[in-house]
Design a protein around this ligand. Structure first.
Ligand code: C2E
Ligand code: CA
Ligand code: CA
Length: 534
């Protein structure tokens, strides 16, 4: 049984602990979860007191830090890792890179980098076998200072890792500003929640770091579920109790000898002309172009038949003609919009684009389904091009045009009103959703197509009155309906002549309430009244 040393005892025994080697490293291996091979290990500080037993870093590090002694212990750890690597090299044991931890106070020690480098040279360890971990809290000392330390390490050829990523504030900004080579993402910060919100956050972090070309090691991985989840979002490197606890040197060596090893592969490589950092910056010209000028555009990844949309702009969604937001589209399974034929054709085009490296084009039919209008088909012309790759995963840029009307073997009905008349011969119901609190209306795609409506109409019903869909003499009544919906009426119904052609429709609203009985949404519909038959 060990006893925790008091701060006073720690400080009294520190010099001796360093001199006698009571402070040393445990090593926690890191693995590629896809192959089971070891890719590296982290050195973690331990203090074995001859009288009180094992002391853990969370107990003694804050004490050492406060008295400015941690620097000495950190340097001691660098020596330990170099010694171990030397031992492996001398004994023909194939080795993996070892990471040592830099504490935030080491940033202020001007000689820190030089000191590390001196030790490496003394033990003559190739620099690729050492890595340094620093935390984002180091940046508290000022971005300039951290950047210069990273720069110095890079000049000597060290790989620099960002430790505990995701624990702090402004994480993504820090990533943009600090030139680190690997990110360590600690799953403990998510309390094991990879299924819900935590998973969504992780996924977007992984996607964004790919854009920044930075590989990720997930730390604190305790369950298969967590490791599999990380793998499913494209991040294979794990460190945690699932594979191994931190081990004493001897046990680590045994594991090293008995396990196959492999180097870490780098993250997505982007085609050189494409600037990823700018793409994620909301104020960059690239983003402006993507959002405003290019027409319907999307970024998606493709890996062995799996398609995943990372980004689509507003025009992409309207071009397809769906009453979805960009986010809804990204979150849905993209293949569900393709029929069997379209899917094959699109996949062939993807393969062509991978082979040629050029822009490739295809026309595919997409199936739109909605509760209110049933099924509809649109034909989309896509121009796609590879802009990045990582192993067997490809990143694509797509531009699209809706060419349905070109394709459909019917004459183009240019006038809105005529299209409206034409449409109701085929279908006699239009539907929409009205969100009461926000006054936002979402039309079904048939409304969008026949009436030229956008996916979301704000301040409803004013835009529909302005467009003349609801005629002036019915405008006040229709406005009154929306006030009643707000007050909680559960049903509304009236015959209204719609558009300037005054085509008779039965217009209805049904309200949806929350558990407290407050109105949330109203479902609207307009059914054509066929007077020949009634
Ligand atoms: P860290 O750098 O984030 O190290 C990872 C910590 O998570 C280690 O705790 C490790 O034992 C623990 N861990 C590993 N796998 C799992 C897991 O699956 N689940 C959970 N819950 N925990 C896991 P440890 O060794 O107690 O170190 C704690 C912290 O002390 C380190 O966090 C690091 O901030 C600091 N530290 C450790 N060694 C050094 C060092 O040499 N220098 C400096 N400056 N700090 C160090
Ligand atoms: Ca660490
Ligand atoms: Ca960590």
């Amino acid at each position: 049984m060990s006893r925790r040393l008091t701060p006073e005892e720690l400080l009294n025994r520190f010099d001796e602990a360093i001199a006698e080697g009571h402070i040393f490293a445990y090593y926690q291996p890191q693995y590629n979860h896809s192959t089971g091979r070891m890719t590296g290990a982290e050195a973690l500080m331990r203090w074995q007191d001859p009288e009180a037993g094992m002391q853990m870093p969370s107990d003694f590090i804050p004490v050492l830090e406060e008295k400015d002694l941690l620097y000495i212990a950190d340097i001691q750890m660098v020596k330990s890792t170099c010694e171990l690597q030397r031992y492996c090299l001398d004994n023909n044991i194939s080795l993996v890179p070892l990471s040592f931890n830099m504490s935030r106070n080491d940033i202020y020690k001007h000689e820190y980098v030089e000191e590390v480098e001196k030790i490496r040279r003394k033990y003559d360890i190739p620099v690729r076998y050492l890595r340094v971990e620093l935390t984002e809290t180091s940046a508290i000392g000022g971005m300039e200072l951290v950047s210069s330390v990273i720069r110095k390490f890079h000049e000597y050829g060290y790989v620099v890792e960002m430790d505990d990523f995701g624990s702090g504030y402004s994480s993504l900004n820090i990533l943009k500003d600090l030139d680190v080579d690997i990110i360590k993402l600690d799953l403990n910060f998510l309390n094991g929640d990879v299924g819900g919100r935590g998973g969504i956050i992780l996924r977007s972090i992984v996607q964004m770091t790919k854009w920044l070309r930075t590989p990720i090691i997930a730390e604190g991985v305790e369950t298969y579920e967590q490791a599999d989840f990380m793998k499913s979002i494209g991040s294979n490197y794990v460190q945690g109790y699932l594979y191994s606890k931190p081990l004493p040197e001897k046990e680590f060596l045994e594991k090293l000898i008995s396990t196959q090893q492999e180097p870490m592969a780098s993250a997505m490589r982007l085609v050189d002309t494409f600037n990823a950092e700018k793409f994620w910056d909301p104020n960059s010209v690239e983003t402006l172009m993507f959002s405003n000028y290019v027409g319907g555009a999307a970024i998606f990844t493709y890996k062995r038949g799996e398609l995943e949309f990372i980004r689509v702009n507003k025009k992409y969604v309207t071009e397809i003609g769906m009453n979805l937001t960009e986010k809804d589209y990204i979150d849905s399974n993209p293949w569900k919009f393709f029929g069997q034929e379209g899917r094959v054709l699109f996949q062939q085009t993807i393969n062509r684009a991978i082979d040629s490296g050029e822009e490739e084009q295809c026309d595919t039919w997409r199936i739109l389904r909605s509760k209110c209008c049933g099924e509809d088909r649109v034909c989309i012309r896509s121009f796609i091009r590879v802009i990045g790759r990582a192993e067997d995963q490809y990143l694509f840029y797509a531009l699209i045009h809706n060419v349905t009307s070109e394709k459909r073997n019917v004459e183009e009905l240019s006038e809105n009103e005529e299209r409206f008349k034409h449409a109701f011969e085929h279908a006699n119901i239009y539907a929409w959703e009205y969100e009461i609190a926000s006054k936002e209306m979402r039309p079904c795609f048939r409304c969008m197509r026949d009436l030229g409506l956008p996916p979301v109409l704000k301040n409803y019903p004013e835009p529909a009155i302005e467009k003349g869909i609801f005629p002036e003499d019915y405008a006040d009544m229709y406005r009154e309906w929306h006030r009643k919906l707000e007050e909680g009426v559960d049903k509304l119904e009236a015959e209204i002549p719609l558009t300037k052609d005054r085509i008779p429709f039965m217009v209805r609203y049904t309200t949806e309430f929350d558990e407290n009985g407050n109105p949330v949404k109203a479902y609207g519909s307009a059914t054509y009244i066929d007077q020949k038959h009634s």
